[in-house]
Design a protein around this ligand. Structure first.
Ligand SMILES: Nc1ncnc2c1ncn2[C@@H]1O[C@H](COP(=O)(O)OP(=O)(O)OP(=O)(O)O)[C@@H](O)[C@H]1O
Length: 244
């Protein structure tokens, strides 16, 4: 668009458009109803809500991992995404490096490009010493880092990250947030589901607050505050006021 810098232009494109009429595990009994939002390129959207509110079901509906979904999901850009699940998924017999290699090969990365990116990620996540370890010999946080590294390796148009903070120590959290910020600046969109509301309040551009399978509020912090009637409230206060 005229007068916009390249980065502003990127921000005006959508990395993900979600219009879920219904989603659930058995027909006729949807857990999620009427959830619609967009993630712009370069934007970080926080999907928040109490236990059982429907956050993971929403993410799984986006990824077509639940059996019943009515609605429309549109991936922007070239349609590439990285999903980082809440529970690490891995092969017991493959080392960290072999997991990265497998992901690189599956996405057709050039060998040189893969080696450079994988080594950089090992350093940034302080995991170089764990390069040849099997997941069974890793701590919870190390497994979580492995999942995040696989996501970052792929440099997708959108990251879909389910509760990334549990298990990460403060330094690893900082390393992760710094990388995420760089990826947003590159133009990637991020949809992140989390219970860590103080961090979400600091880093998210937009919030979708779910309660009992429906949208209780959505918008930036000012809009969430307005919906909750707490003009000066922090995200936690608004969350309490708006959820059941
Ligand atoms: N595999 C499943 N089969 C049937 N029902 C499920 C399944 N997984 C979740 N549900 C139901 O869907 C509803 C929403 O659950 P969901 O896991 O999406 O919540 P959530 O917001 O991610 O919660 P949490 O914060 O506890 O992770 C709940 O009523 C839950 O019982």
């Amino acid at each position: 668009m005229e007068g916009l810098t390249q980065q502003e232009e990127k921000k005006n494109e959508y990395a993900l458009e979600v219009n879920i009429d219904e989603a659930g595990y058995s027909s006729g009994d949807p857990c999620v109803r009427g959830v619609s939002f967009k993630v712009a390129s370069g934007e970080l959207v926080g999907l928040i809500g109490p236990n059982g509110a429907g956050k993971s079901t929403t993410i799984k509906a986006i990824l077509k991992l639940v059996p019943h979904v009515k609605g429309e999901i549109v991936l922007g850009g070239s349609g590439t995404y990285a999903y980082v699940p809440e529970q690490p998924l891995y092969y017991d017999t493959l080392t960290l490096w072999e997991h990265l290699s497998l992901a690189g090969a599956a996405y057709g990365m050039e060998e040189q490009d893969f080696e450079r990116s994988a080594n950089e990620l090992l350093e940034r996540f302080r995991m170089t010493d764990a390069r040849d370890k099997l997941p069974g010999g890793m701590s919870k946080g190390m497994k979580q880092k492995m999942m995040l590294m696989i996501g970052f390796l792929l440099k997708p148009d959108i990251y879909i990250v389910d509760e990334p903070f549990i298990g990460l120590d403060p330094r690893a959290t900082k390393d992760f947030l710094r990388l995420l910020d760089e990826e947003c600046k590159r133009g990637a969109g991020v949809l992140m589901c989390t219970h860590v509301l103080d961090t979400a309040e600091k880093i998210c551009d937009y919030f979708v607050l779910l309660s009992d399978g429906q949208t209780a509020a959505q918008g930036d912090l000012a809009q969430i505050q307005a919906t909750s009637g707490l003009a000066e409230g922090d995200l936690f206060d608004c969350f309490e006021a708006l959820t059941v």
